[in-house]
Design a protein around this ligand. Sequence first.
Ligand SMILES: CC(C)(COP(=O)(O)OP(=O)(O)OC[C@H]1O[C@@H](n2cnc3c(N)ncnc32)[C@H](O)[C@@H]1OP(=O)(O)O)[C@@H](O)C(=O)NCCC(=O)NCCS
Length: 177
Amino acid sequence: MIDGRTEKRVDDSRTVMTEMIMPNDTNPLNNLMGGNLMRWMDVAGGICAGRHAGQHVVTASVDHVSFSSAIKVGDVITIQAQLTRAWGTSMEVYMEVFAADARGRDHRKANHAYMTFVALDEKTMKPTSVPSLIPLTSQEEELYKSAARRREIRLILSGRLQASEAKEVKEFFSAMK
Ligand SMILES: CC(C)(COP(=O)(O)OP(=O)(O)OC[C@H]1O[C@@H](n2cnc3c(N)ncnc32)[C@H](O)[C@@H]1OP(=O)(O)O)[C@@H](O)C(=O)NCCC(=O)NCCS
């Protein structure tokens, strides 16, 4: 039980981070360096997962990240992080990054990513259980459902699951036939 609850809602941990891109965040073309953006995403995602868990968390994995729109010096970015699902000790966080100029114009989505965080007990430093998540809206339900498939894929890629045991992935591909 955490805060007297074993279940939490998405809004309990939703996290928004805003940053203005300064010259020392950029590459020689005056665009935000991808590594700096990933660092902020890691921080925003970790805050979100930590709020849900009520514990310290570590980053276990980062899924595919692609940069669809360049972010320029002087732009303002907003990172929106929300929990999609929690399992035993791990949680998946979905992040969307939006950019606009400093006057709020040219608003655009710059990228999105999924990251997995694991809660650690601060005494033993071992993974510790987290509250489950209750999805309420249709967007939350869709992310919750598809999280099972993404989890299987990342566990296969990290050598923790045999592809033959990946039930959700199998169902997904057989539905496409
Ligand atoms: C992530 C970590 C805590 C997992 O520890 P472990 O001893 O392998 O623990 P477990 O096998 O019990 O796994 C714990 C959870 O992590 C999940 N996990 C482990 N590796 C994972 C990966 N690569 N991707 C997604 N989830 C992963 C497991 O599925 C499990 O989740 P569940 O309890 O919800 O089912 C450990 O590998 C670690 O501390 N890694 C370093 C984290 C870190 O320092 N991050 C910052 C990088 S600089």
